[in-house]
Design a protein. Sequence first.
Length: 94
Amino acid sequence: MFEKIFARMEELQNPKKLVEAIKIIAEEADKLVPVDTGSLKNSQEITENSIRYTADYAIYVHEDLQASHPHGEAKFLEKAWRNKRSDFMKKFVD
């Protein structure tokens, strides 16, 4: 599988293709991010090579495994990656 990915690395140079793949992870993260007021969820930004949450407290919510959330959970970005990484990789493999 990785040989095919490396053989098609030029596609990674295509920002549009990479953003499409990143959106797969971003959409999953959006389902998992804790929501209280919606500020954290609404702070999601997608660039041509990353997903980030710009709320000042995003890192604390992401890393606090002891916190209880009525909706969402800690490690929402990591879990989104684990849940959707195969779909992400398929964007670059025939």
